[in-house]
Structures are given as C-alpha cells and as structure tokens.
Design a protein around this ligand. Structure first.
Ligand SMILES: NCc1[nH]cc(CCC(=O)O)c1CC(=O)O
Length: 309
C-alpha cells in the first residue's frame, strides 16, 4: 500500500528550510521513512514580502505565519514547522502545536567584526537590531549605545557590519547553529546579561487537531522537557498580553528541584526594567508562568505598558 505523502509547510528562508529539514530528518529516523515520503512546501508570508518597513509598524504577531496556517487549514499541507519564538500564544482552532523538537542553545550571540564581547564596545558605539527586546535590554545596560534598525537575513546583516553601518549586532545562537554560521558569533551572551525571548531556540510543529495519522507521527519526535519549558514560557507571555510593542524576555529551565522561570519586561526606550522569578514543580509549568506574569504586572506602574494608555 502506498504511504500517503507527508507535506511539510515552511517559509523559504534559509533558517526556515533548515528547520523543516531537521523536522523531516527526525520523522524519517523515528519511523524508518524514506525522504520520498515527504514533500517540503515553501510558502511566502506577508513578513517575507514586506522588507522596507520595521516589523513593528506592519502589525503584530502572525506576520510570518498566517499564510502557512491557511495552507494547513485548507489541507494544502499536513504539518507546519515554526520557530516558536515567532508564534502567537494561541493557534486558530482547529490548529494545535503539541510537538517540540529538543531545544537548541537559548542564548543570544554577540556578532561583531571588531569587538569580542558586548563589554568591549566603546562608549557611543552603534549597534543594529530589529528586536524591541534586544534594543531595550541594550539601552538599559548601556545607555551610551546608539541602536539602529537592522532587518534582513543573516547574510544581509553581516554585510551591513562589514560596510560599517553598525559595530555589532545580535542574533540567536540557535539560528546561527542551524545555518552553520556559528563562526560569526564572537561570544554567547549569558541569560543573566540578556534574557532571551520566550521560546527562543525552539522548533514547534503545528497540525490539525483531528489529524490522527499526523498526531501519531509527531508524538514520537516530541521532546517532553522542551514541551514543559515552552508551556511555562507561553503561559507567562499570554498572561502578559504580549504585543509586538512590548519588550518581553522569559526563560524556563528544568533543575534538580523542578522548573525555574525568569522573566523581564522593559520600557521600549530601555529606561526601566522589571524582573522576576518563580520556582516550583514542573507539572505546574503553566501556573508558574502565569504567576510570574502576575507578579510583574503588579509591579508595573500604570503607564508601563504603553498600549494600555
Ligand atoms: N525573529 C526571527 C527569528 N526567529 C527565530 C530566530 C532564531 C532561531 C530561534 O530562536 O529558534 C530568529 C532570528 C534571530 O533572532 O536571530
């Protein structure tokens, strides 16, 4: 009997394709399937097409996922592979994400032709980033730095560094590793210095809830510790009502004692930061994430979240 083709939807960027291939390879290994059992379907998203404006100006989360979820909903693809960092906290019914690959390095990389580490940047240096979180975290620690908008893929950003547009930039270690470009990371920034984005370094696989064949295939490649950490972090993000306008960082880790989640919210201009931490049993992952968010919301002055007026 001919096996039905498994169609994997993905964006077309080099990073997205690497993640789709990693997912396919894990499915092949787990189920003894040949590469021919899969088709990788490249889907262009609004976020891919609009390159002349800052992401925060063209509208919130979902910019890189809507067209892919539409293909999943209408049956054009069977699974969709995502960077969980870019995913909204809720998926449109009847789509679910309950398969997470083993998490990569969660840290941000310091990338610079001239300087070996963040601490070596001279006063007044120009750094490039398109991330509101990284921008706010940088200015909070180093008010002397000047931050310029930096979009585009890794190659584009590296060229901008070579052209002297900025002295340094920041990229996720996970993305560099998947692209085989860890060579450009001058140092990995510890979470204590730059707490990563929620779900950074995690690949998630989305499917239709009622697709039992796909559910069975995906269950075999889900990494339970990663799933627990992501559940905590996304519950935290959801409770913070995270919009793309708010710099939010969060990281859950499993320790000998259970789950530890750290969180940080900042003013977009880096003039203030609030941090918190929760520890508890790993089977309370979501509660711990929500409690941490509640603590930060209680600490925040009324005007801290600008979109709340
Ligand atoms: N927002 C873009 C994005 N989404 C996921 C990654 C890296 C891979 C990951 O964190 O899983 C990146 C690039 C970056 O931040 O350097």
């Amino acid at each position: 009997m001919a096996q039905e083709l498994i169609r994997i939807g993905t964006r077309g960027s080099a990073l997205a394709l690497a993640q789709a291939h990693e997912t396919r390879d894990r499915l092949m290994a787990a189920h003894g399937l040949p590469a021919e059992a899969f088709e990788i379907v490249v889907i262009s998203t609004t976020g891919d097409r609009v390159t002349d404006r800052a992401l925060k100006d063209i509208g919130g989360k979902g910019l890189f996922t809507r067209e892919i979820e539409d293909a999943l909903l209408d049956g054009g693809i069977d699974i969709a592979v995502h960077s969980m960092k870019d995913m909204p906290v809720l998926q449109p019914d009847p789509l679910v994400i309950d398969c997470f690959l083993p998490r990569e390095d969660v840290r941000d990389a310091f990338v610079s032709p001239a300087y070996a580490a963040l601490s070596e940047l001279p006063a007044g240096a120009v750094v490039g980033t398109s991330s509101l979180r990284r921008r706010a975290q940088l200015i909070w620690r180093r008010p002397d730095l000047r931050v310029v908008e930096f979009r585009g893929n890794v190659q584009t950003r590296l060229r901008k560094l070579d052209d002297g547009v900025a002295a340094a930039t920041f990229l996720a270690m996970a993305g560099l590793r998947r692209l085989g470009r860890l060579d450009v990371a001058r140092s990995a920034i510890p979470p204590e210095e730059m707490l990563p984005a929620v779900a950074q370094g995690c690949i998630g696989v989305e499917r239709r809830r009622d697709d039992a064949r796909i559910a069975g295939l995906l269950a075999a490649i889900n990494d339970a510790p990663t799933a627990t950490r992501i559940r905590a972090e996304r519950a935290y993000l959801a409770a913070l009502d995270g919009s793309c306008q708010t710099p939010i960082a969060g990281l859950a880790e499993l320790t000998d004692f259970g789950l530890r989640i750290r969180g940080e919210i900042l003013r977009p201009d880096g003039s203030a930061v609030l941090t918190g931490e929760r520890n508890g049993p790993a089977d309370q992952a979501e509660t711990l994430g929500r409690d941490l968010a509640d603590e930060l919301l209680t600490l925040a002055p009324a005007d801290f979240f600008t979109w709340r007026g």
